[in-house]
Design a protein around this ligand. Structure first.
Ligand SMILES: [Zn+2]
Length: 269
């Protein structure tokens, strides 16, 4: 499921290959991926003949400014998704759900093997974030250690659930929360209200480093460092950091992987 690093990589793909070209065609695979107030025809009218002029990302939401329209195309990638920019002679990839053709033959395609997620038009991306009550983006410089601590204070439940809550921080999901907790040495089920200062510091520091590295490596699990959990999310494999074993469990209804040794469980004190 695309999370902050994946969506940031998609943003960069669009930024470097799809801006400032006139849109000559808009194709949507199914109306159900459009926001309720949007139809394929309205989307086509908003984009046809325009250019894409800039991009923004907030958490897992990608916003693409429509030049001269004062509007933004919003993409959210549900279960799977990928963004590619194709040259004129390349064929559309399989499972293309949405694509824009540009003058000159290039094409921006969004593919998804499963449900794509959401396509919308918004006038103001900050307003959208307020409406959805999205928390700050964890890769934002504004989320320093003190802000991070206050975002988590007063929360209940597991640290994993708190970090995945888009109203606390927008952008983290199942895979990267597991990765951050694995590297910070904190058990995913540790109650968030019982985390000591050392753990909070470790999670905050690790979060920044993990997200940065993941984006730099194209959010590709195969290219992640050897000592990461991400390339080995499997029950029973050896931990790359200690002599423990990777275990699978369910936390907040999600498949969770952690090391049974260096991510000690913290019981109530
Ligand atoms: Zn370990």
């Amino acid at each position: 499921m695309p999370e902050l690093p994946d969506v940031e990589v998609y943003r960069q793909v669009i930024e470097s290959g799809a801006l400032d070209r006139t849109v000559t065609g808009v194709e949507v695979d199914a109306d159900r991926i459009l926001d309720e107030d949007l139809t394929a025809e309205r989307l086509r009218n908003a984009l046809q003949g325009r250019t894409l002029s800039s991009t923004r990302r907030r958490g897992k939401h990608l916003f693409i400014e429509i030049g001269g329209e004062d509007r933004w195309l919003r993409l959210h990638f549900g279960m799977t998704g990928r963004v590619v920019v194709l040259s004129g002679d390349e064929e559309l990839p399989a499972h293309t759900r949405f694509h824009l053709n540009f003058e000159g033959g290039e094409c921006l395609a969004v593919t998804s093997q499963r449900r794509l997620g959401e396509i919308g038009l918004v006038e103001d991306h900050d307003g959208f974030a307020r409406e959805r009550e999205l928390g700050p983006d964890p890769s934002d410089d504004g989320v320093d250690r003190n802000t991070f601590r206050s975002l988590l204070s007063g929360r209940r439940g597991s640290v994993k659930a708190a970090l995945m809550n888009q109203k606390v921080l927008a952008g983290l999901g199942n895979v990267y929360v597991d990765e951050i907790l694995f590297q910070a040495g904190v058990h995913p089920e540790a109650p968030v209200e019982e985390l000591d200062d050392r753990s909070l510091k470790a999670i905050h520091r690790t979060m920044g480093r993990v997200l940065q590295t993941a984006v730099r490596r194209g959010a590709d699990p195969e290219r992640m460092p050897d000592r990461w959990l991400l390339p080995r999310r499997r029950e029973g494999v050896d931990c790359p950091r200690c002599d423990g074993t990777i275990r699978k469990s369910q936390v907040s209804g999600r498949s969770t992987y952690h090391c049974d040794s260096h991510q000690e469980e913290r019981n109530s004190r």
